[in-house]
Ligand binder design. Structure first.
Ligand code: MF3
Ligand code: CO
Length: 251
């Protein structure tokens, strides 16, 4: 199989899917307040995606039942939106959304604050977003995939936090998940070389405590094993002119 190399016209289409995904986050942002249920957020997202003539990429993926993943506090990823789960002041909530449009996929996630949050939560959000950017900086022609992984792990560790090992970033474009898988930890200098036209979803999850996670009985919700807070940031990037172009940047 190997890693797919996308042509410019294809990357343009991935960009369009990515911009709809980022558009979802922009539409949701004003609603991320105390009292709203994650089900309501999911509904707003679904309606927006439908209005763009696009499709929710996660809905039905291996049986996943919603448009968004909404992951609160100790939920690492894959929190399922629910009428019973309402945002509370002081929460952090990761919102992850994938979009399919005109044959191509885009994937983005950010973790948001609900009102004022603890100092630790503030630091965790900053560390995780910075770790994502450190990973993206390693997306340079000639580097290897694990250079991304290593940069993420080291940055989380610098804050005394732990990059999650159980979930990985991935190639993306014609499918939601393609080669290569991009771990968020590891020795540098390993794995395939990065080349022009590759497209990656880079997505560090960082726990305030240990990196261990467990999956709840719903088969999806991943929580930290020690109950500590967790954050998740994700961008889809394309290798263009030798370096990363962030396709999910807010334009
Ligand atoms: N961003 C995550 C990923 O790429 C979210 C997947 S949710 C799922 O794996 F439902 F699609 F699994
Ligand atoms: Co992803």
């Amino acid at each position: 199989m190997g890693i797919y190399i996308y042509r410019e016209e294809q990357i343009e289409k991935i960009f369009r899917a990515c911009q709809i995904a980022v558009g979802v986050l922009k539409v949701l942002e004003p609603y991320i307040c105390e009292g709203i249920s994650t089900f309501e957020l999911d509904k707003i997202a679904s309606e927006f995606i439908a209005a763009q003539n696009a499709k929710a990429a996660f809905l039905g993926y291996r049986g996943y039942p919603a448009t968004l993943c909404t992951s609160i506090n100790d939920v690492v990823v894959h929190g399922i939106p629910s009428k019973k789960v309402k945002l509370r002041r002081g929460d952090i909530v990761g919102i992850d959304v994938g979009v399919y449009c005109d044959g191509y996929y885009g994937d983005v996630a950010r973790t948001y604050k609900v009102g004022n949050v603890s100092r630790q939560a503030e630091t965790l959000l900053r560390a995780t977003e910075e770790a994502l950017m450190k990973g993206i900086e390693q997306v340079v022609i000639g580097n290897r995939i694990s250079d991304i992984s290593h940069a993420i792990e080291v940055h989380a560790a610098m804050y005394g936090f732990s990059a999650v090992r159980e979930f990985v970033g991935h190639g993306i474009g014609l499918s939601l998940h393609e080669e290569p898988s991009i771990p968020n930890f590891g020795e540098p200098g390993m794995g395939p070389r990065i080349a022009e036209g590759m497209v990656f979803a880079i997505e560090p999850m960082v726990n305030a405590g240990s990196f261990e996670v467990r999956i709840l009985k719903d088969g999806w919700t991943a929580v930290t094993a020690d109950g500590s807070l967790s954050a998740h940031f994700e961008h889809t990037v394309a290798v263009m002119n030798g370096k990363a172009k962030i396709l999910t940047a807010i334009e």
